[in-house]
Design a protein around this ligand. Structure first.
Ligand code: PLP
Length: 423
């Protein structure tokens, strides 16, 4: 009957009808607690009246003006709001329609930066295994999500994957954080040297890994070492905070506790909180100055960049997040959620790890706890958990098994920042 191409045509989907706070309600009047904010999108929950009126007000004033003729008030104000929350130098914002587009934009910006500086050979992008950076061809190419890449492999551009920083699985028990970071930084350096340092444009990483592995934080010192390697070889550091940014992990930017500043930062999901599709790229002054003093203009663009209604929605979301101190709330509630998960599952024979930061927490399921062995991928355990949870009115974001290829199944929890412990 339906003409919509659904993600899973063999399964009938409930029809979402209404959203209220942390709950979604379907047309059969069933309520679901949105414990993953969709895919870590809904930071303010559903039905926020202030955001809705900001959208309608903007629509009454101006729905669209093409960015080759105009800028707009909400775009300028939103850029100011983001820059005011960012470290010095990270002061140039480009608005797009979502996370994949933000990644495409970041890659092209890195490429143009090098060309403008007289280094046209710099074209290679290095990224990490067990990563996800989006589903358009460029973003999919750099991602290490095996399941999502497989079908499109022949269409993807060449990219080079190094090891992620995944302490639970890949740091030996007797290896210090320092030595583990040094090993990973050396792997990156070896890859740069192998490709030829004057051919490498950028290194890309999610600051906290989301979809592929479930809220995986780097060990302390890892990103500092990575930053050093990038600087040594003139390689730009692109941090993807599409999923983990803007308060999700308990700091406004997830890179803050890492003690580094990226050259290019990508943002999306929590930016508009689901009220409008919007993403952003924040570029460091040195990147933008090279482009401006070179050919003058960033070459990349789409029809809907800087869409005024999307910017008005995101501006309202970000103002509420700041006014109501929701980043601090994400940190505190995340801490409380972790305590609850540990109390409930800490000794469970099939829960291997509980990890994350802020309201970005995950549990990893293992068949055998001591050896951290995953369940057989054919069991599709994460998919079954999603289904069982859904049937009980709980929305969570599982991954793993054959979908992600490498390690085991996990369940990611990323509820709206406005949730409470009782929920
Ligand atoms: N980067 C990361 C880290 C993501 O998690 C995602 C989406 O899940 C993307 C990029 C792509 O974002 P979008 O789905 O909005 O295109």
């Amino acid at each position: 009957m339906t003409r919509i191409i659904h993600r899973n045509p063999r399964k009938s989907m409930p029809v979402a009808h209404e959203g209220a706070g942390c709950f979604l309600i379907d047309t059969n009047n069933r309520r679901y607690y949105d414990a993953s904010g969709g895919a870590a999108v809904s930071c303010l929950g559903h039905g926020n009246a202030e955001v809705i009126s900001a959208i309608t007000e903007q629509l009454h004033k101006l729905e669209y003006a093409h960015t080759s003729f105009f800028t707009s008030e909400p775009a300028e104000e939103l850029a100011d709001t983001l820059v005011n929350q960012s470290p010095a130098g990270l002061a140039n914002v480009y608005f797009v329609s979502g996370g994949s587009e933000a990644m495409e934009c970041a890659l092209k910006m890195a490429r143009q930066f090098h060309v403008e500086r007289g280094e046209p050979l710099r074209r290679h992008i290095i990224s990490r295994r067990q990563s996800y950076h989006g589903n358009t061809l460029g973003a999919l190419s750099i991602g290490g999500h095996l399941g999502r890449r497989a079908l499109y492999q022949p269409l993807l551009i060449d990219t080079y994957h190094v090891s992620p920083c995944f302490p639970y699985h890949e740091q030996e028990d007797n290896l210090s954080d320092e030595d583990y970071s040094a090993r990973l930084a050396q792997e990156l350096e070896d890859q740069i040297v192998k490709l030829g340092p004057d051919t490498v444009a950028a290194f890309v990483a999610e600051t906290v890994v989301g979809a592929t592995a479930g809220a995986v934080c780097a060990v302390p010192g890892y990103f500092k070492r990575i930053r050093d390697v990038c600087d040594r070889y003139g390689v730009l550091l692109i941090l993807d905070e599409v999923m983990c940014g803007l308060g999700r992990t308990g700091t406004y930017h997830a890179f803050v506790p890492e003690g580094v500043v990226p050259d290019i930062l990508t943002l999306a999901k929590g930016l508009g909180g689901g009220y409008q599709p919007i993403g952003a790229v924040i570029a460091h002054d040195r990147v933008v100055e090279a482009i401006h003093s070179g050919s003058g203009a960033f070459q990349h663009g789409h029809t809907y960049i800087g869409h005024p209604v999307a910017c008005a929605a995101a501006l309202a979301v970000q103002r509420i997040v700041q006014r109501d101190e929701l980043v601090q709330q994400s940190a505190q509630l995340g801490h409380d959620l972790r305590t609850l998960l540990t109390e409930r599952f800490g000794n469970h024979p099939h829960i291997g790890d509980i990890r994350g930061r802020g309201l970005f927490q995950a549990i990893e399921l293992v068949r055998e706890r001591d050896q951290r062995l995953p369940f057989d991928a054919q069991l599709q355990l994460h998919a079954r958990i999603k289904q069982e949870a859904h049937a009980r009115g709980l929305l969570c974001y599982p991954g793993g098994g054959t979908i992600d290829g490498e390690h085991g199944d996990h369940v990611l929890l990323a509820p709206p920042y406005i949730t409470n412990l009782a929920e």
